[in-house]
Each structure stands twice: as structure tokens, then as C-alpha cells.
Design a binder for this molecule. Structure first.
Ligand code: SF4
Length: 357
């Protein structure tokens, strides 16, 4: 476990962000929020993948009105993404939203900011301040000339200042940029001066492949420094993929307690079984499990037993068959055709054991 930066804990609809809690995984719906059926269906898929908070855009009154029914049909906190329009924020709050993502400095007149803050206070709803390198305030662009990590931190402090002046402290902050080194530096500097939980993200990071690499590089660097209380991977892909990547990333740093791990070898000339298909099938099978089981799928017995020692269950391929290992000990030989089904049975038995203990 990496030493985590301490922050104030913030309650988002029952999920506590920051403090001593695990890093929470977020995603965002791609549907029109007013389309309740499509939005609920997408959120239920995200829940199944392990998403813990989900954001929807609230860009009109129909979207704000839909929040009430969406909330009744989902099981994770719902976050409203609002730009400028304080009336939509008030409607979303009235309809039961769990968190509002809005920058108070962009709302406009003081009385409008006060109305949103009062509504959030009354219902115990936190506000996420979302600084984005691509939309910094003009006074900061004038001061710094172009987006910089310091300008981003100053922007965050500006919005935080407005909320603190109104004695509001249930704050979460993000400082997103699509430039990875800039985002890392902005978050690193922010963690030194901001006591609130940081929501990590590399914005507009790209497609499933490129965006996964880019997000993992940026968010991974920050997680390794103990920075970040919640993450969102932004991909031009099905948002379920965002959750899968986030879980894998958190697992890499030992920051998630309920995720399975697959260990598989890259294969080489010693291989005598179709390892790639087996590994993909096993990965798919364990992907929805919510227990920290370790499964290894190795091409041969040369390194198999040693590597499998770290795993709860695993196979090592041989010619036309495989050796089944449990905690590094071979338990039996299985024909190649039955390898995956036998492995799945063993996985199921271990999952039952995890759930009972
Ligand atoms: Fe090659 Fe065997 Fe190592 Fe896989 S486990 S890379 S097949 S030596």
C-alpha cells in the first residue's frame, strides 16, 4: 500500500471520498440524461463493472428533471455536471443529486453562488471544482500567458476561496489537462496546498488503446506519489472500459481490495497451447468478480510453478494438456480442451471460500 496524502473526507451519497478511504472509481454517462431508459441502462452496466460514482451532464431542464427517476433506479451516487447555469444546479439538487460539479467562479452574481451553496449545504451535497487547462479564467491566462500547472492551481484556489468564504468545505477538486506532464505537475502542486480530496483525470486522453496508456502514465504517476482520492479514466470508448482500466490501474498500486488479478505470460517458442485465447477467456470470466483472487495462466511448466506460487490458482501449459496449480502446488493434469472449464470450476470454489471468510 502506498502512503496516501491525507485529505478531508467528503461524503458523496454514502461513498466517502478522501480521508483513509480507498480511491473511488468514477465514470460518466455518454447518453442524453433526459433519456432515462438509456441512462439507467448504461449506469447499471457501469455498476456491474465496478463503478462507484457516476456523472451525468445536466445541460437543460429535461436532464435536471430526469435525475429524480434515474436516482430511484440506480445504486451508486449520481453527480451532475453543470456549466455556469445555477438554475440547473438548483433543480438537480432539488431532484436528489449527490454531488454537483460546478465552478463557483463561473456561476456569475454573488446571490446565485450563494443560492447554490445554500442548497448544497441544506442537503449535505458536495461540490466538485473542475479546473481544466483548456478553459482557465481569462485573468489567469493574462497573468501566465498560457495554461501552466501554477495557473491551474491558482484557478482551483480561486474557486475554493469563494466556497470557503461562504463557510462551505465539502469540496473535491480536479485539475485536468490532456498534457500528461502538465496534469501531473498541477496535481502534485495542488496536493501540497489543497486539503480537499483530489479527483484525478487526464482529460481527452483519446481512444481505448492510446487513452489507456496516457491515463495510466499520468494517473499512475500521481497514485505512486500517494495523490488522488478518486479517479476517472476519460476514453473515447464505452464508459465500461473506463471502469475496467481504472480498476486495473488501482490494482497495480494495491489500491483496491476487491479486484481479481490475472497473471499471464507473453508466450515464447516453448508454448504448446493456445494461450492467448485461454488468457482472454479467463480474463473475461474473472473481470466481474469482486474478490481479490489471483489467477495465473502460463504457457509452460518451465517458469509455471514458480510464477504460479504467487497465485491462488493457475495453469501451466504442456503439449496438448495443462497442469493445474493451487497456491504453487500441482493438483492435477487436464487435457487442453478442458483447461478453461476446469480452471473456472477451481476459480468458483476459491471465490466461495473468499466470500465465506
Ligand atoms: Fe515461454 Fe513458458 Fe515463460 Fe510462457 S511461461 S514465456 S511459454 S517460458
Amino acid at each position: 500500500m502506498f502512503l496516501r496524502h491525507q485529505t478531508r473526507p467528503v461524503n458523496v451519497g454514502g461513498v466517502i471520498i478522501g480521508g483513509n478511504n480507498e480511491v473511488a472509481i468514477q465514470s460518466m454517462c455518454t447518453t442524453k440524461t433526459a433519456d432515462v431508459e438509456a441512462t439507467v441502462a448504461e449506469i447499471l452496466r457501469l455498476e456491474e463493472a465496478g463503478c462507484q460514482l457516476v456523472r451525468v451532464t445536466v445541460n437543460n431542464e429535461e436532464a435536471a428533471a430526469a435525475i429524480k427517476e434515474i436516482k430511484q433506479r440506480i445504486h451508486i451516487p449520481l453527480v451532475a455536471d453543470i456549466h455556469f447555469n445555477y438554475k440547473l444546479a438548483l433543480l438537480a439538487i432539488e431532484n436528489g443529486i449527490d454531488k454537483v460539479r460546478i465552478n463557483p467562479g463561473n456561476i456569475g452574481r454573488r446571490d446565485k453562488v450563494e443560492a447554490v451553496v445554500k442548497a448544497c449545504k441544506d442537503k449535505g451535497i458536495p461540490i466538485r471544482i473542475g479546473v481544466n487547462a483548456g478553459s482557465l479564467e481569462s485573468h489567469l491566462l493574462e497573468k501566465y500567458g498560457y495554461p501552466t500547472p501554477d495557473a491551474m492551481v491558482e484557478s482551483a484556489l480561486y474557486h475554493i476561496g469563494i466556497l470557503e468564504e461562504l463557510d462551505f468545505h465539502d469540496i473535491i477538486v480536479s485539475l485536468k489537462a490532456s498534457d500528461v506532464p502538465m496534469a501531473i505537475e498541477a496535481y502534485r502542486k495542488a496536493a501540497e496546498v489543497i486539503p480537499y480530496p483530489l479527483h484525478l483525470g487526464i482529460t481527452e486522453s483519446g481512444t481505448l488503446f492510446a487513452g489507456t496508456v496516457k491515463s495510466s502514465a499520468g494517473i499512475g504517476a500521481l497514485l505512486s506519489m500517494g495523490i488522488g482520492s478518486t479517479v476517472r479514466i476519460s476514453l473515447s470508448a464505452d464508459p465500461v472500459e473506463e471502469v475496467k482500466v481504472a480498476r486495473e490501474l488501482l490494482k497495480t498500486f494495491g489500491l483496491i481490495s476487491n479486484a481479481p488479478t490475472l497473471i499471464s505470460c507473453p508466450t515464447c517458442g516453448r508454448l504448446d497451447i493456445d494461450l492467448f485465447s485461454i488468457a482472454n477467456e479467463v480474463e473475461e470470466y474473472i473481470s466481474k468478480l469482486k474478490v481479490p483472487i489471483k489467477v495465473s495462466v502460463l504457457g509452460c511448466a518451465v517458469n509455471g510453478p514458480g510464477e504460479a506460487r504467487e497465485a491462488d490458482i493457475g495453469i501451466a501449459g504442456a503439449r496438448g494438456e495443462g497442469l493445474l496449480f493451487r497456491y504453487g502446488q500441482m493438483i492435477r493434469k487436464v487435457p487442453e480442451a478442458d483447461l478453461v472449464s476446469e480452471l473456472k470450476k477451481e476459480i468458483d470454489a476459491i471465490v466461495v471460500h473468499f466470500e465465506e471468510t
